[in-house]
Design a protein around this ligand. Structure first.
Ligand SMILES: [Zn+2]
Length: 595
């Protein structure tokens, strides 16, 4: 599909479809409208009763949705404006005004979900009988009911958490956020934050990469004992609450319920990851050859392989992405085209604009907004495919309510990663510049490592750590277990130095949100497995895939996938994802090593 009606241009997006301006009459009216609707909603509070009629109940659900839709429009207007102009003081002020307003609205409407969760199963079932698309949202709120304690007990946990577990995590943040890292660059000692230090692990200079990691874990290691003790207490608290009091069968199963995933699915996923550790070991050996060294060190994992200089005009890139989507399905490409045609893409690089890229889906029925900083590199083309994939996912699911529209975390990267894979396929078939293909392959495999294998091994460590701590393991023993975890992950393919024994105390996720990390591995591997099925089945796969995207967040992941004929309980399904990675690695292996 060549863009027959003119070419695609780098541009700034147009937010007037949301509001003409932050100080417009329309914006003022929207605030007043929310206020009015919230008042009406609050006034209905006395009607909430186990024996209320279905009609009045559903009226309240729909009112809640109407408030939510309006709030989303205001919220996104503020945040998209700010993303486009982070230095604009008016935008900054407007964002805080909206945040404040949103928190108030949430507090004022909170009574509804609290009441809903308190209902007995039979009463809830009767009220939900005609809920249609709202049903999964209502069910989800009640998932935790069997693990909910009496009101006084819940209150005590809340009160004690403020100065207990939450305070502990805050302390962890306070201590680690004030770390200053020193590194010598070109004869000059630089004092850096963790983020700015980590830039050096991706630099071409091997000494600099090593120095950055050594400094990172020198600083964390100095507090290693204290940070380790914090983790011990965090996991003990987690066990006492989730397993002892709330009766979850394991520490991890509390998180699984949050993701609405069965325990055995997550166990199978992690086991398959573990079995495939050798695949990425093979990749690291390959990367060593590209870097011209015998054995890669842990310091070199993110080392850059020589980059291609090729750039793409924006119009060329847009057409490549749209063509690759059209190769899959015409209607999918048409949806992506809407983002360009309605001026919902902010693609140019500008002073004051935030970096990176994202896709913002405001309300069902409205074309999503995409922000990126397009500079013409092959990477940027892949980012465009990724973000437009997110947009397509939202558009395919736009017939759902605002509560059941978004796919849940484990499913949220499905269309985006799939979009990147479609682009990669097209490039493989058509691009004559081998360097471009190589860069895209390295990008894809590096991403797969960071989101699948690294995160899966974090989760495996967490499971082990929670068990060990219960059995009284010391901080030193934890560090030893962490090194064993790394050795299993890297085998003899990666040289591991001693300071990595402190890596575990530097992972905020395992302190903040235990077992969160496996969702990354789940999501990425799911897409790759789906892609594998697409390659095998061709046409017949397409309607099943589109069905998954169309489901949005309207049912549990297992149900959505089962209905599309996919069995996430089976190890073979997850293995399919690794088979895709293996083929990517084979393609790099077939390329002549340069330099
Ligand atoms: Zn994404």
């Amino acid at each position: 599909m060549a863009s027959k009606n003119g070419s695609y241009q780098l541009s700034q997006w147009n937010l007037t479809g949301l509001f003409p301006a932050h100080d417009s009459a329309e914006m003022k009216a929207a605030f007043e409208n929310v206020e009015r609707q919230v008042k009406t909603f609050e006034a209905k509070r006395p009607q909430l009763a186990a024996d209320m009629d279905q009609g009045s109940f559903m009226d309240m659900v729909r009112e809640m949705e109407s408030i939510s839709r309006l709030m989303h429009r205001i919220y996104y207007y503020a945040n998209l404006w700010f993303a486009a102009e982070t230095q604009d003081e008016q935008a900054v002020n407007f964002v805080s005004r909206v945040d404040q307003f949103m928190a108030e609205v949430q507090n004022r409407t909170l009574f509804f979900s609290l009441w809903w969760k308190s209902l007995a199963d039979g009463d809830a079932e009767r009220l939900m009988a005609e809920a249609g698309d709202y049903r999964y949202w209502l069910e989800q709120m009640r998932l935790f009911k069997p693990h909910t304690l009496s009101e006084p007990e819940e209150k005590i946990i809340n009160i004690k958490d403020v100065t207990g577990a939450n305070a502990l995590i805050n302390l962890y943040d306070v201590i680690t956020n004030r770390y200053v890292f020193k590194i010598e660059v070109d004869g000059e000692i630089k004092e850096l934050t963790r983020d700015s230090l980590m830039v050096y692990v991706r630099k071409p200079d091997p000494d600099l990469r090593a120095a950055a990691y050594q400094e990172l874990y020198r600083v964390y290691g100095e507090d290693g004992k204290i940070l380790g003790q914090m983790y011990q207490n965090r996991t003990r608290d987690w066990y006492n609450e989730q397993v002892e009091l709330r009766k979850f069968s394991s520490p991890m199963s509390a998180r699984n319920l949050e993701n609405d995933l069965p325990d055995n699915v997550v166990d199978t996923l992690l086991e398959v990851c573990r079995r495939n550790a050798s695949l990425f070991q093979r990749y690291f050996r390959l990367k060593a050859r590209w870097l011209g060294i015998d054995c890669i060190r842990r310091y070199d994992i993110y080392a850059p392989v020589v980059k291609s200089e090729k750039t793409y005009e924006f119009d060329t890139a847009a057409n490549m992405v749209l063509d690759s989507f059209e190769g899959f399905d015409k209607s999918v490409a048409e949806m992506a085209k809407r983002v360009f045609d309605e001026d919902h893409m902010d693609s140019e690089v500008r002073m004051g604009k935030r970096g990176g890229a994202f896709c913002a889906s405001v309300v069902p029925g409205m074309t999503p907004y995409v922000l990126m900083n397009y500079q013409g590199r092959p990477d940027d083309v892949a980012t465009m495919a990724h973000e437009l994939g997110h947009a397509i996912h939202s558009m395919l699911a736009e017939h759902h309510t605002i509560f059941t529209w978004h796919a849940s975390l484990p499913m949220a990267e499905t269309a985006s990663t799939f979009g990147e894979m479609m682009l990669l396929d097209k490039l493989m078939a058509e691009e004559s510049d081998e360097e471009v293909i190589r860069d895209m392959l390295f990008r894809q495999i590096d991403d797969a490592y960071a989101t699948i294998m690294r995160q899966a091994f974090f989760a495996l460590f967490e499971r082990e750590a929670h068990r060990m701590i219960r059995e009284g393991a010391s901080v030193q023993e934890m560090s030893k277990a962490y090194m064993e975890n790394l050795r299993e992950q890297f085998g003899d393919a990666v040289e591991l130095s001693d300071e990595f024994k402190w890596e575990w105390v530097s992972i905020p996720h395992i302190y903040h949100t235990p077992f969160y990390v496996y969702a990354y591995a789940f999501g990425q591997l799911l897409v790759l497995s789906l892609y594998q099925q697409y390659k095998e089945e061709g046409e017949s796969f397409k309607p099943r895939y589109l069905k998954i995207l169309k489901a949005g967040g309207s049912a549990a992941p297992v149900r959505v996938l089962t209905e599309a004929g996919i069995d996430i309980h089976s190890a073979e399904f997850w293995q399919g994802g690794f088979d895709v990675i293996e083929r990517l690695i084979e393609q790099v292996e077939a390329m002549p090593v340069e330099g």
